[in-house]
Design a protein around this ligand. Structure first.
Ligand code: FMN
Length: 218
């Protein structure tokens, strides 16, 4: 795919939701960053280890405000046009730490996930590749108004899938590239062509105005 001119390049925030450095979801996030960079996107690669937060507590928020880890996550998220999360699956759902970080970040006003395009991916040694966790992860993101890309990428038997940081199966790598590139092309259109954004919202069956049951986006 040819690189777009710098003026139309989008910024994408890619975050591994595993606290383990250099493990499976970090490898997948790093590969997504490489593919996104090759399409001309400006990439900010992060790991959830950079965004340490206590368990959400309304009393703590009232006394001390939003913790530094969520402030940093919010800053990196809102500096970008789109985001990619590579998340492990824990007990057929999302990791509790990731949900907790989403909860803290949803306390900012304007609520930063609303209208933001996101792509979800997972890696796991299991045969399902962590895909059930991504379906669980869609729920809070979509509740918050994020435009989560319909296709998700789940890498099964991920402990055997990587060779030197890349996917050793060429067909799988081609599918990975296609998913990331198609997502970025939609995010780029949404960032630069408002009519495209409107069509996408209407495709989702929502009125173009702010959803009434969304967490406050004002
Ligand atoms: C508490 C816990 C629960 C897990 N549950 C699942 C699961 O439901 N499905 C799955 O595919 N893997 C499960 N795993 C295995 C993880 O997918 C595996 O540890 C994976 O390597 C984690 O991602 P990471 O390598 O990026 O840290 C679980 C691991 C832990 C620690």
């Amino acid at each position: 795919m040819p690189s777009p001119p710098a003026s139309t390049a989008i910024k994408v925030f890619v975050c591994s939701a595993s606290l383990r450095a250099e493990w499976l979801n970090h490898k997948l996030a790093t590969l997504a960053a490489t593919v996104a960079g090759a399409t001309g996107a400006i990439v900010d690669l992060a790991s959830m280890a950079e965004f340490e937060v206590p368990v959400y507590d309304g009393d703590l928020e009232a006394a001390q405000g939003i913790p530094a880890g969520a402030v940093a996550f919010h800053a990196r998220l809102t500096a970008s046009d789109a985001f990619v999360i590579a998340s492990p699956e824990y007990n057929a759902s999302m990791p509790g730490g990731l949900k907790n970080l989403i909860d803290w970040t949803s306390r900012f006003r304007p609520q930063p996930f609303d209208g933001r395009h996101g792509l979800l991916m997972s890696a796991s040694p299991s045969l399902v590749g962590g895909n059930r966790g991504l379906w669980a992860l869609r729920v809070p993101f979509e509740h918050l108004g994020a435009r989560i890309y319909p296709d998700m990428f789940s890498l099964s038997m991920a402990h055997k899938a990587f060779a030197a940081g890349d996917l050793s199966d060429a067909a799988l790598r081609a599918r990975f590239d296609k998913t990331v590139q198609a997502f970025l092309s939609l995010a780029e259109a949404a960032a630069h062509y408002p009519c495209m954004k409107r069509a996408w919202v209407e495709f989702l069956g929502e009125p173009p105005g702010q959803g009434e049951d969304r967490v406050d986006a004002a």
